[in-house]
Design a protein around this ligand. Structure first.
Ligand code: ASP
Length: 306
């Protein structure tokens, strides 16, 4: 039985010319650590749900990515995070929107899926639930990051809403996995957009838009301009093209990312895996932090276009 995992750390205008060798090494290490964390779970026979949660939690702990510790500042100087997880075997899903001071929002989304009886909880209600479930909290200092602060100040000055770094980079993180039991899962986590309006929710926690998994079709985690990804119902659209039109994962991804999204100006990308373990990592932006590892020994970590 095949097993595999793929991850992303955001898409956008990521140019080699604006990256130092040290920064590139640090990004690659962040991606490698997350891949290792997730791969180990499926390699040990664990579930794809646990694998994507482990990989995304690892990326949330890395300050380089716009999720968890590295979450960007919103318009009023706070951090509001969104996350989701979905089990493709049972179609159970859990999501949180606009949560603050939660160390690993993806783990809270998993608790919502398993123990709340609901699919999505937001802001204070989600934080209250996190306390009940004994999730780890972190104070504002944990989420403070000088670079993110400067990005926010810059965005305030120009009165713009920025997609992570000033040069249009989407820093959301995500993972998709296939386990030895043949089950798919997906998870996504984000700090959203720099200087976003207080209360704004992106595509990441919206099941079917930024995150979706169905063990009969595919598992998808998106990164990009959330509003356009919501309006395009991106993740479910890919699953539907496979389910109803019999397209391959690659064909479905091409239509959605390189045609439909481009036509409405939806910049970004996604990671996708199907039940056979095929992986696609398409994006219509300059670059996307991404990587995968399969049980056949193939593996890769990339940032820029090929
Ligand atoms: N999709 C995310 C959002 O709109 C942003 C990102 O991918 O970085 O919240």
């Amino acid at each position: 039985m095949n097993f595999a995992i793929a991850i992303h750390g955001g898409a956008g205008t990521i140019l080699k010319s604006s990256m130092t060798a040290e920064m590139q090494t640090a990004y690659e290490k962040g991606l490698q650590d997350a891949l290792d964390a997730g791969y180990k779970v499926v390699e040990d026979g664990g579930s794809s749900v646990d694998a994507v949660a482990a990989a995304v939690a690892s990326l949330e702990d890395c300050p380089l990515f716009n999720a968890g510790k590295g979450a960007v500042f919103n318009h009023i100087g706070g951090h509001e995070m969104d996350a989701a997880i979905m089990n493709g075997a049972t179609k159970e899903a859990g999501a949180v929107a606009g949560v603050s001071n939660i160390k690993n929002p993806v783990l809270l989304a998993k608790e919502v899926m398993l123990h709340s009886g609901h699919v999505m909880l937001s802001s204070e209600g989600a934080e209250e639930f996190a306390k009940q479930q004994h999730l780890e909290f972190a104070d504002d200092a944990y989420f403070y990051n000088q670079l993110r602060y400067e990005q926010w100040q810059e965005a305030l000055k120009t009165d713009t809403v920025q997609l992570d770094h000033s040069d249009k980079k989407f820093g959301t993180v995500g993972a998709v996995a296939l386990d030895i039991h043949g089950n798919l899962a997906a998870a996504t986590s984000t700090g959203g957009m720099t200087n976003k309006q207080f209360g704004r929710i992106g595509d990441s926690p919206i099941i079917g838009a930024g995150t979706y998994a169905n063990s009969n079709t595919c598992a998808i985690s998106c990164t990009g301009h959330g509003e356009l990804f919501i309006r395009s119902v991106v993740a479910y659209d890919i699953s539907c093209l496979i389910e109803y039109k019999g397209l391959s994962l690659q064909e479905a991804c091409n239509i959605v990312v390189h045609d439909k999204l481009v036509k409405i100006g939806g910049e970004g990308g996604l990671i996708a895996i199907d039940k056979l373990g095929n992986i696609c990592l398409p994006f219509n932006s300059e670059g996307m932090y991404r990587g995968y590892r399969k049980n056949d020994g193939s593996a890769s970590i990339k940032i820029y276009k090929d």
